[in-house]
Design a protein around this ligand. Sequence first.
Ligand SMILES: [Ca+2]
Ligand SMILES: [Ca+2]
Length: 422
Amino acid sequence: MPVLDGAAVSSNTYPLRFVFDAGRDGRVEHAEDVHVNWIARRAIRVDGQLDDWKDLLPQTVAADGSGGPTLTEAAWFPFQKFDTAVTDGLATAYLACDASNFYFAARIADSTPEDGMVRFETRDDDAYFYPEICYARTKTNTVQELTWPAGVRRYSYRRGPELPAGNAPRHDNVQIAFNVLPPDEKPWYPCPPGTMPGFIGYYDTDYEYALNPVAAQYGGGVEIWRLRVPGMPHKHFYPREPKSPYDGPVKDGRLVIRRDGNMRIVEAAIPWREIPEVKRRIDAGQTIKFSYRVNDNGSAACLELARGRSVAKRNGSFLVDWTEHWRTSWSSARSGEKAEALAAQRGRRRATKDSTQRATVVLSAPKRGCSSAMGVVSQLVYAVAERQQLLHTPIPETQGGDNDAEWPSEAIFSRRSGHGRN
Ligand SMILES: [Ca+2]
Ligand SMILES: [Ca+2]
């Protein structure tokens, strides 16, 4: 579906109104803000200063409604009291890459600072279980000494474990996720026999990382925790949970987290050898699917890039499993020389006028080829994104310079090799 014209806007947000008119069978209207998703080719200095992201397209997420608990959270933890106060959740993220790394940055509105998280590489798992002797206050307000039975493994938690995902319990961190493997290479079947793909929750995220601040009492600094890579069992990293060869931090990644007033700033680099399947698609000029999630110790809002999009749905895209997540699919992006050459072939033109463009499309019921209104919307969103992407993306006249490092002429990362196991 071609998009005939348009002007780029700095917000990277384009209101779309869609009408599906099926005559006597009904009429459906849909309104949605669509965005261009583009990974810029640019070398980024990971220093907590975002001036080197200048002019790149923002990817914004915002909380709405109460920001209260989700149905799924409430269903799993009915005994837990939730803070239903409205949050100030808002974040803007940026994506880039060069020959060595994938880069991510975010500016996050956050008025509730916290000290940080456990360093999961050195977490004392035994500290989460009852010690040999503990004390309980009785109904008569006396203290009773309790001794764990000798010879019995101390198997029960004495308090809620800290988990690296950062959203249960909630911390001030960010999760990033990539969906790149085709369905037949996912570890789960996509749907039960006799049902359509997507009929139930299905596997989408192939690589997932938590960008975590580390509290001073655990050494301070930061930690990039590897939550999910191909081959890793599905797990939440509970204390004493069985280890896999992939467990651990990404030690050759870079991450800076700092605060500036009520703003939380995150800047990170993930080396390509950590995410070879992502690099393979980008080298081929193909799209990848990406999403990010902002967590906040002061808010239960679901701040995810794909939330509410017509091409996404609720799914287990991020850990942990029992909070609301949206599948890692909305934000298709691509970069690299092949994609940019393709854009040039299609007659890209530069547009800098800052205006708001509203697209309205009215379609009659198609005779064949598209079975649902949502299917049409999906096609339309991608078409608008593609068109605006061409408007937005500058292509250098000549290659070279610090920001245009030559990419490998052939794939140097074999499939599923080179993971940064520590
Ligand atoms: Ca920087
Ligand atoms: Ca906070």
